[in-house]
Ligand binder design. Structure first.
Ligand code: B12
Length: 212
């Protein structure tokens, strides 16, 4: 799918209403929304991050771009989460301690729900106690998200906390995580994006990549 230039610009410039309008138009026109996310919406937001690295934009611009992205995601959510199946398993997910980024995590939540998982969304800045409480509520998989090189280290203590529980699987992801880092800290699985998160969670539970 080609990049939607108008949508790209609306996200980069943080035009929330324009994003909502274009996304709704695209949904009405029957476009593949997952492809639209992957080819235009996510790369547009990453472009804002690159501009931030080059000191071309600052935190306020990153924030309005994130809000514009979220306005588009709010429209896509009902389409991504409808699954209508019996829950495959119960999963919890949260951005780790000190990390306030939640857009990628929110997308992972939508894809997991859409793939039949029951998801306990723990939000951002999650302490070990927060993950433990979710496990006490029945989560079989703990998903950790980190976007910052300064917060990814918070994953290790969570993994150590659950290390005696063979029945609890840990899946990690986020822009700051590499497969090598995931292996080094002892995660059960790593997922590169929201679709891969579904594969990673299924694999951690010993399930085939896609449901039968
Ligand atoms: C938007 C944004 C913000 C917004 C966040 C708003 C929000 N509600 O999330 C605001 C303005 C608040 C912000 C703040 C900061 N940010 Co910021 N931010 C970004 C930006 C531009 C986009 C992030 C995003 O949403 N991407 C789109 C989503 C869809 O992608 P994603 O998060 O990577 O998620 C996908 C995958 O990673 C994966 N995934 C994610 N989580 C999980 C979990 C699991 C289990 C799995 C399997 C997969 C998975 O699936 C997702 C979907 O495909 C990035 C740039 C970038 N390249 O990422 C910088 C970026 C992450 N931020 C950065 C920085 C430095 C900061 C600040 C420290 C700035 C400051 N000086 O204050 C603060 C930190 C705040 C904090 N304590 O968390 C740096 C991080 C550098 C680094 N290596 O550490 C980046 C990379 C920008 C840059 N190039 O410098 N930020």
């Amino acid at each position: 799918m080609a990049i939607n230039d108008e949508l790209w610009d609306a996200i980069v410039f943080g035009e929330r209403d324009v994003v909502a309008e274009i996304v709704q138009e695209q949904v009405d026109a029957g476009v593949n929304v997952v492809e639209m996310l992957n080819t235009t919406m996510i790369p547009a937001l990453r472009e804002v991050g690159n501009q931030f690295s080059r000191n071309e934009v600052f935190i306020p611009e990153m924030l309005v771009a994130a809000k514009a992205m979220q306005a588009g995601m709010d429209i896509l959510e009902p389409l991504l989460v409808q699954s209508g199946r019996e829950p495959v398993a119960r999963v919890c997910i949260g951005s780790v301690k000190g990390d306030l980024h939640d857009i990628g995590k929110n997308l992972v939540v939508m894809m997991l729900k859409g793939s039949g998982f029951e998801v306990d969304d723990l939000g951002v800045d999650c302490r070990i106690d927060t993950y433990q409480a979710a496990v006490d509520r029945g989560a079989q998989v703990v998903c950790l998200s980190a976007l910052l090189s300064t917060t990814r280290g918070e994953m290790r203590p969570v993994i150590e906390h659950f290390s005696a529980r063979d029945d609890i699987k840990i899946v990690v992801g986020g822009a700051a995580i590499t497969p090598d880092f995931a292996r080094e800290i002892g995660a059960d699985e790593f997922g590169v994006d929201a679709s891969d998160a579904v594969r990673a969670v299924r694999s951690s539970l010993g399930l085939a990549a896609t449901a039968a």
